[in-house]
Each structure stands twice: as C-alpha cells, then as structure tokens.
Design a protein around this ligand. Structure first.
Ligand code: RAM
Length: 892
C-alpha cells in the first residue's frame, strides 16, 4: 500500500499563477492515497525565494508542523511579499496513521507589481498628430531594446491596456490568452497580466517587444443603447518588462515615449459585436522582430491616465479551449452557402484559403436557420457578427479574428472560391479557461443532451464575465442571470476565481446607497439598478462560493456589499419590511405574463419581499461565519420581522397564499417563509397548479431555478421528475427535441411550427433556465453539500433512484478531490449505489426506502466495512457514514 502523497498544489485556486497581487495568498492541496478513511492530521509548508532550493537560508516561510486537518485555503504566513518575485512552495502532511508524506512536487506563485510606485512605465498611445485617435483600426506599438550582457535568470512582462491588447516578442505571440486585459469595471479596476518570457530572452542581447491594440469593451460599442467610448475614447498601453540577471541586478524596459506606433496595418476594424475587417495586403511582416524598418512609423505620446486602478489578475484567462470542425455544408433555399458547426458555440472561425489578391471573403455568424432553412440573423439585433477578409494572394493564407467573438452555430460564407472544402474551416471555442469539475449522466438520452446544453451555455457565457447571452448587442453581466445560474455553474466548472473577480466589480460599482446595477460591469444609463432577484446576486453569489469552496475571504471582502444591498432594500419606501417600490423585472419571461409583457404574473412586491427575506437570512448567516455577533443579531431579527410581515401581507388567515402563481408558491417554500401546516398546504397547491397545467411549468427567471427543488423537498419529487421529463412546450426537453445544443432564453424560442419568438429578444444561448442542472446533480444523483460544514469538507449524498430513470451518476472535483455519487436499478428490484470520496472528506449517505431491506457494502455487512453502523430513520432512510474511498452499496 502506498503512503499518502500530496498533489495538485494551488495558490488562490490557481496552478502557478503569475502576477498575483494578494498580500496573503492561500494555498491548497489534495491528498492521494489508496487507503480508506484517510484524514490529514498535520501539515508543513515551506516557501522559498531561491527557486527549487528549499535550504533554510532560502526560506521565507516554514510553517513548521501544524496540527490541522485543513488542506484548503491555508494562508501564507511569511514575510511581506516582494514585487515581481517567484515564490516556490511545497507541502507535506501527516495522516491519521501518523505517517509522514514525502514533500510534494514544488509549485509557485509569482507576484505582480504590488505598489503603484513599482511602475516606471507610462501609458502610451500613438501621437494624435500622426494618427487619428478615434480611428477604428488597430494600433501597433513597438520597441527594440538591448540587454546588458549579463546572464538572464528570469524575465517577466507586466502589461495592461485601455482597450484590448496582444503582445509579441521577437515575432512571436506572448502567451496564448485572448481578450486581455479582460473586462472589469475599468474606472475602478483594471487587471495587469504577467507573462514569463525568460526563454525568449536567453539567446540574444537584442530584442523587440510590441503590442497590438483594439477598441474592445473599453472604447467600442456596448449595449443596445448605441453607446461607445463608455470608459474612454483613446486606447493606451502600459507595459513593464523586468529582466533579472544572475548577479541579482534587474533591468526594466518600460512603455514610454521611445516607442513607435503604426495604424495602417491589416486590422481595419474590430468590435465586440461588429466582428473584424482584415486586409491581409496590409500585413506588416516582421513588425515585432529585429531589423524591421520602422522609418514610416510614428512617435507615441503619453496619456494622462491614473495607475491607481491597476490590480493583479483574479481569474483564469480567456483562451481557445476546444477546436471543432463543421459537420456539413448547406446550400440554403435562398441560394446561400452556410457551414453548420453542429453546435451553437462561442468563439471564432479560423480558415485557410487560396484566392487572388484583393478577393473579399465574408463570414456571417448566426445561431439558427429559419423555418425554411434559410440563414437567420434577426435575433442578433444590431450585432453584425461579420468577419471580412481581403486576401493578399499568391498562395495559401490563414486567418482568425483577434479582438471579437461570435455566438453561432451557422456561418454564411460569401466570396470564397468554390467548391468549399470543409477541412479548411475550424471553429475555435473561446471562454475563460476554468477547470472542468463535474459531470452528470443518466439513462435518459434527452436529459444527457440537456446537461450538455447547460455546459455549452456556461462555456459560451463565461467569457471573462458571466453574460446573459453571447450573440446579440448585449453580452452583458446581467446580475439576475448570474445569480440564478451560479449553483449549477459551480458543479460544472471551478468558478471561484471567475466569480471573485466579478463580485469585486459588483462591489466597486454598487451605488453609495447600496443599490446594485442591473449589469456588472455597469454600462447602462443611470437609473438601471436594483431590481429584486437581480441585485440579490450581491448576496447569493458570495454565499454560494462560500458553500462550495469554504472561501471565508470572499465573504469578508464582499461583506459591505452584501449588507449594503440589504440596507438599500430596507431603506426603500415607507414600509421597512415589505418592499413595494421601484422598478423590478419580476418573474422575468414567466409564461403567466399578460399579453405583450415580459413580466410574469407573480406580484412584484411578493418577489421583492421574498428575496429581501432570503438575502437578509444569508447576511445573518454570513455574519455568524465571520464572527460579527452584533450583525447576527441585527439581521437575524430583521429576517424574523420580514418573514412575519410577509405572512401578514401575502398569506391568508387560513394559510393560503394570496398570489395564485407557481412562482409565488415556489419562493415562499424555497426561502422558508412558511412552516407547518401552511407549508404543507402551499406545497400541495403548487403540485396542484402543475398538474392543472397538464404537468407544465409557467415560471420565469425567478421561479424556474427553484421549482423542482421545492417540489422534491416537499414530497413531490414525482412531479418534479415529470416536469423535467416533459417533452412538450414549455419544458426543458422541448428545446432539446427541437435540436437545441444550448439553453434558450424563451421556452418557445422556436415554436412547434418552426416559427420564432419575436426578434427583439430571442437568444438561443441564455443559461438562466439551465439552472435545472443543480437539481440533476443534487436531487437525482444526490451529490449535495452540507450547508453547515461548507467547502465540501463534508457532503450529504442523497441519491434518489425514484427519479424515473434506471441509472444516474455525477462526479464533482471538489477542492479536496473527486467525489462520485451514482446509482443503478437492477431487474430484481435492488439498487446498487457507488460512492467515492477523496481523502480528508467525510459524507453522510442517505439511502431512501432502504429501512428493513438488506444493505450490503462491498458485498459485506456494513458493520465490517464502515467505521459506524448504519442508522435507520423513521421515513425509511438508512444513513451511512463514509470516509474517503470507493464503496459499492447494494440495497434490496
Ligand atoms: C435581458 C437580458 C437578461 C435579463 C434582462 C432583464 O435583456 O438578456 O437575460 O436578465 O433582460
């Protein structure tokens, strides 16, 4: 048997992060062992500034042996961190057998420029005398430099921009990230990327560094209100290259007035919604290499721009994460040539072509074909999603756009030489490079496709910020959408860094009175803030991160934002406890909406007050986690009073809900606003409503995410199952049967007769209704967290074979390692369960309808295998206690 090993070292969730700007980074690791019930009893961490050398004089921190079972988020406790330095670290542990592990492989984090004073560089932009600042063309900036002859031991570039940038060094791209510096609330926060370029500087003394700058989110058009230049009207670059030599000295190359600029290059136009226009005949071969003749280039000037808003990177970068090939070539009835990618995807097309100089090729991107099979762009509104390429001629040429992305399954080609060869086209899928962490699979093929559609929806809409949709002239960080989807998202991918970044933006843009913008980063006009269920993202999202990752720091950092939101609500209107003022999206897109309205029938004051109660309860729980006793009291008391006021206002004396909608019932139950007999009565009524709609839902953005949970938790799992397996409109599987490969914004985005929901708001890649994924993981496969012991240190596994399926299984890669929960029904009526837990985690397993039946673990009596005997509950549930390891449990 192997001894316990330490693997997968992470710093602030990330593998070897560069440019980190966190004073006390948190370290996590996983244990590897083939023994059961393994727990960590103690750890030791060493951090060195001397590379792989962990000799005592190189150490900046040695924790010594610390008696603790913590293997997640252990804070660095050494001396103050230096700027632009690489900190190597390694970990060893002692397990419950007292055995000491070997040291782990070492990992590192590298710090960014931690103080504003560390910046010698200036913001540069082409001189306005030479190049029109407003031009749509991309700028090129370059600088040749010489090293000082010593031996280079390490080199890192720190860069950011107003607009989007890509760097080149000696003719090659630096890194493979896209859409840098990412989208943040630029007025408050601008990320700096750091890149290790040691290798590129080793073999020569003379080098050239350069950058291409495009408008991007900073200066380009954003939103449907036709606004451009929201953050500023001039692009700029800030760059500093730190070269460290073997004698300990450092040379710095910085953006300053010695750089040169050029704008007459190939990228003629680039816009997030518009697409890109590229004239290959204007390419500038060798522009970032030595010996390039830059005599026609222009001077640059410095921009008056603060550096106070610079921050280190907080999330993974945006990258090409998958390449897909078109599945077919379609000649539409209208006579157009269209590629079918087989998947509604987000990213860009790359192609190779041979055509004469000047040949104009265009690619239009769209999500669906219309009823007749023709290319359809109506739902894109004013987003052109058009890429134009002018050939240079003389042989094969290849291209993919750089500073724009498209949401599409179909690509209409024009100008391409025929016959079209499909092998010349590839789709590059682009999103934040989060770590995949989950899968769900079951015996129902359409549900499996639904799960895939949810994952594709997440991929397409997690491109640096959580967006509502990736195709029309919106693509914005709608708070409500993020809030309803975050739990599902947390199963599919590691989302802590991604949401940490976004929540810091949310807090930065919160109004002084605590109001929360509809979208973050906020680019809408002034009054666009503070709708119930949208603004609650301020509270629900950090709380969810805490639940999944045990991340207390995010609660600390967001605490003022969380309380700010609750205090905002409290201050609205005359009634402190009932929120009945202001504009709200209500149960957005609910099917019980009046004709021509997007807002469902559930009274808005009920929705507002229900979310007020819920957020207040989460703030009170957060205060408890953070040890803020006064606030526990304060918000606990406020919560009790809101719940009472809710009952007085919305529950009849006989215990019915005055609002007769599914969503109203869902909220009252989900947020524990009713108890006892009233609870039972509301659950019965909700079930009745669903039955009376012939097993259909009428809920919108607010009710849908919770509907099935509420049914399953209140004795109506069978109805939840029927809703999820419903194939007729409106239902999750309706769109799947219509051939959807992502989640639609409307239940009937494409109607049974093939016609569309109106153009003005009809996205085919809108993840909100994908929030059902969370129910599949938790209520069907049974992989659930324990709210009281968050961060997956302990789980509750509550599989439910009564889910209209013959098998279901889910896996989740937690911070402790992989968890598995699955079941399959046998013909003899028995059920076989499989569970797996990583070391240092425990779980309570709840086996339904098992009392009185034979329960075998690994074909043996459970008492022989488990540390504690099974416990039977009155409701037929048998409970098992599991430690790490793999178990097969047979019931019946
Ligand atoms: C739409 C967005 C989003 C929704 C808002 C209220 O424009 O697409 O999904 O949250 O409206």
């Amino acid at each position: 048997m192997r001894s316990t090993m330490v693997t997968e070292l992470r710093c602030e969730y990330l593998k070897n992060p560069m440019g980190l700007n966190v004073p006390h980074p948190r370290l996590s690791w996983k244990l590897l062992t083939d023994r059961r019930n393994v727990r960590q009893m103690a750890y030791r961490i060493q951090v060195s500034l001397g590379g792989e050398n962990f000799a005592e004089e190189q150490l900046v921190w040695d924790s010594g042996r610390v008696e603790s079972d913590e293997s997640v988020h252990v804070e660095y406790g050494g001396a103050k961190l230096k700027s632009a330095a690489r900190y190597m670290y390694r970990v060893r542990v002692w397990d419950d057998q007292g055995e000491e592990s070997p040291w782990s492989d070492s990992a590192f984090w590298e710090t960014g420029l931690l103080e504003t004073d560390d910046w010698q560089a200036g913001w540069i932009t082409p001189s306005a005398d030479a190049i029109e600042p407003q031009t749509k063309e991309a700028f090129y900036l370059r600088k040749a430099f010489e090293l000082n002859g010593k031996r280079v031991v390490h080199a890192a570039v720190f860069a950011t921009s107003l607009g989007l940038y890509e760097l080149e060094l000696n003719g090659a791209r630096v890194g493979d990230s896209l859409f840098t510096p990412g989208w943040t609330s630029y007025n408050h926060r601008l990320q700096v990327q750091a890149y290790d370029v040691t290798e590129q500087l080793l073999n020569s003394q003379e080098h050239v560094i350069g950058a291409v700058l495009a408008d991007g989110w900073y200066k380009g058009r954003l939103g449907w209100q036709d606004r451009s230049g929201i953050y500023g009207d001039r692009r700029g670059l800030l760059l500093q290259l730190h070269v460290r030599y073997d004698d300990g000295t450092e040379q710095i190359i910085a953006s300053d007035e010695s750089w040169e600029a050029f704008a007459d290059g190939p990228i003629r136009m680039s816009g997030i919604y518009e697409g890109e226009t590229y004239d290959a005949s204007r390419e500038i071969p060798g522009w970032s290499t030595l010996g390039f003749d830059d005599s026609v280039w222009h001077p640059v000037e410095t921009l008056e721009q603060s550096k106070d808003m610079l921050i280190g990177e907080q999330s993974e970068r945006v990258k090409v994460t998958e390449i897909i090939k078109p599945v077919s070539l379609i000649h539409t009835p209208a006579g157009e040539i269209v590629l079918d990618m087989g998947q509604n995807m987000v990213g860009r097309m790359r192609f190779t072509v041979q055509a004469p100089a000047g040949a104009k090729l265009t690619l239009h991107h769209a999500e669906v074909l219309d009823k007749e099979g023709n290319f359809y762009t109506g739902n894109l509104r004013t987003a052109a999603q058009e890429v134009t390429y002018l050939c240079k001629g003389g042989g094969e040429e290849s291209y993919q756009p750089s500073f724009t992305f498209q949401g599409f399954r179909y690509v209409r080609l024009a100008g391409f030489p025929e016959p079209i060869d499909l092998s010349h086209f590839t789709g590059e899928v682009i999103h934040t490079d989060m770590q995949p962490t989950g899968f769900f699979e079951c015996s129902h093929p359409l549900i499996n496709r639904l799960q895939q559609n949810i994952v594709w929806g997440q991929r397409g809409n997690f491109l640096d910020i959580p967006t509502d949709c990736p195709q029309r002239d919106e693509r914005l960080g709608w708070t409500g959408d993020a809030q309803v989807f975050i739990r599902t998202a947390a199963f599919n991918y590691g989302i802590a860094p991604f949401f940490t970044k976004w929540l810091r933006d949310l807090a930065a843009e919160q109004l002084p009175n605590g109001g929360v913008p509809f979208v973050v980063p906020d680019i809408l006009d002034e009054g666009s803030h503070s709708s119930a269920a949208w603004g609650d993202a301020a509270v629900i999202c950090p709380w969810t991160l805490y639940q999944y990752y045990g991340d207390k720091r995010i609660l600390e950092e967001q605490y003022d934002s969380m309380t700010g939101w609750v205090e905002y609500i409290r201050s609205q209107g005359d009634n402190e406890l009932i929120w009945n003022t202001g504009f709200h999206f209500g149960d957005w897109l609910g099917l019980d909406a009046k004709e021509n309205s997007y807002i469902g029938a559930t009274p808005r004051d009920l929705i507002c007050t229900a979310f007020f109660a819920y957020s207040t309860s989460l703030v009170s729980k957060t205060a408890a986690v953070l040890g803020r006793e006064e606030d526990v009291e304060k918000y606990g008391d406020l919560h009790r009073r809101i719940v009472q006021a809710f009952a007085d206002e919305f529950i009849t004396p006989n215990g019915r809900l005055a609002a007769h909608t599914q969503t109203a019932h869902v909220l009252a139950l989900m947020f524990d606003l009713v108890e006892g007999e009233t609870r039972k009565r509301l659950a019965d009524t909700l079930a009745e409503y669903v039955r009376s709609e012939n097993m259909h839902l009428t809920t919108g953005f607010v009710g849908t995410p919770y509907l099935c949970h509420v049914l399953s938790e209140n004795g109506y799992h069978d109805i939840a199952v029927q809703l999820v397996q419903q194939e007729e409109y409106p239902s999750w599987l309706y769109s799947v049967k219509q051939g959807a490969t992502t989640i639609w914004e409307h239940w009937d985005g494409i109607k049974p007769d093939g016609s569309f929901w109106s153009d003005d708001m009809n996205s085919y890649n809108h993840y909100s209704y994908g929030a059902i994924g969370d129910w599949l993981y938790r209520a069907v496969a049974g992989l659930d967290i324990d709210e009281k012991i968050p961060g997956c240190k302990r789980l509750v596994l509550r599989p439910n074979p009564d889910s209209g399926l013959t098998y279901a299984r889910a896996q989740y890669d937690s911070l402790y390692g992989k968890v598995f929960s699955g079941w399959s029904k046998r013909e003899d009526g028995s059920v076989v369960y499989e569970f797996q837990l990583p070391p240092n985690m425990t779980a309570q397993v709840r086996l339904p309808a098992a009392a009185g039946k034979s329960v075998r673990v690994d074909e043996r009596d459970p008492a022989e295998v488990l540390m504690t005997a099974p416990m039977q509950q009155e409701d037929g549930i048998v409970m098992l206690e599991l430690g790490s390891g793999r178990y097969t449990v047979k019931v019946g």
